[in-house]
Design a protein around this ligand. Structure first.
Ligand SMILES: [Zn+2]
Ligand SMILES: [Zn+2]
Length: 153
């Protein structure tokens, strides 16, 4: 029993010449051709025997496949690494974010406290200075009146 796949590759009848089997691959046209095609339309084209072509292609395909697999594997590994890193950094960020949030809230609270303390102090100071001002003017006024009263007419 012979291999079926080998048989189909090397024993394909030509599309244009039903009596001929395809024997070559025209590399210029990327077409499977027969001996008649070769002499009619592909005389100066780059040709290769189907067997050689398929054998080469098979090796190339295998090479491609393994390269692709390695690439996919490394990409997958990289993707997993990235996902882990993102997860870690997200966790860290969240933790950090919470800390920062608490810090900011604490600062705001402190600031609010300080502002209210300060404003109370300011109000007190204003009140005090106003009282001083009032009493001074009142005193001056009183003094003025007394001065005028004392002046002889
Ligand atoms: Zn042909
Ligand atoms: Zn050709």
């Amino acid at each position: 029993m012979y291999k079926q796949s080998e048989n189909t590759i090397t024993h394909t009848r030509c599309k244009y010449h039903k009596d001929y089997y395809c024997t070559d691959v025209c590399l210029s046209c990327i077409k499977v051709i027969c001996a008649k095609c070769r002499s009619e339309r592909h005389t100066h084209h780059r040709l290769e025997l189907i067997e050689t072509f398929y054998q080469d292609k098979r090796i190339e395909l295998l090479k491609c496949k393994s390269t692709l697999e390695t690439h996919l594997q490394s990409q997958h590994a990289q993707a997993t690494d990235e996902a882990t890193l993102i997860k870690i950094s997200e966790d860290l960020h969240l933790e950090h974010f919470e800390q920062e949030k608490q810090k900011v809230l604490k600062q705001a609270e402190d600031l609010k406290q300080r502002i209210s303390e300060r404003s109370h102090k300011l109000v007190d100071q204003l009140e005090e200075s106003h009282q001083t001002y009032k009493s001074t003017t009142q005193n001056k006024f009183k003094l003025k009146i007394t001065d005028q009263n004392l002046k002889p007419k």
